[in-house]
Write a protein that binds this ligand. Sequence first.
Ligand SMILES: [Zn+2]
Length: 178
Amino acid sequence: MIREILIWPHPILKQQAQPVQAVDAGVRTLIRDMFETMYDARGVGLAAPQVGVLQRLIVLDTRARQPESKPLAMINPEIVERTGDTTYTEGCLSIPGEAEDVRRAETVVVQYLDEEGQPQRLHCEGLLAIAVQHEIDHLDGTVFVDHLSSLKRQFIRKRMLRRKEETAPTPASGVELR
Ligand SMILES: [Zn+2]
């Protein structure tokens, strides 16, 4: 089932997500929905808070850029090593139409539970390393524009609020909202 992606600024996107307590059928359904939602929106990563669920769970698929990689669901992911630094022009499904350079570690090692609840440890580089850092940020209530100057962030915020106004349903009764 495709879920609705929350658009920034939204209060849920600023909240800390809670660890997943048990990898059960409900979690696996959420993972399936998140993959479906991410592919529908043509993203390379999606975090549970973006679909309104404050749990520490992300999905990723960077095969378009890294054919050797595979779709990944990471439960309770944690970055345990970071090396180097790099700049990448990032976008976000919750901030459509915006893209800005963000500085991140170049490679990371991430520990997580897979869909079977088994602990995994993965060395990530290239787009996958960027995406892992971007998605884990979402679990801590951070979006990529939080890494920009406050001036840039304010510009993007205004554009997003204008966009929300434009796409808001028009009131049936003819009540003037503005
Ligand atoms: Zn994002």
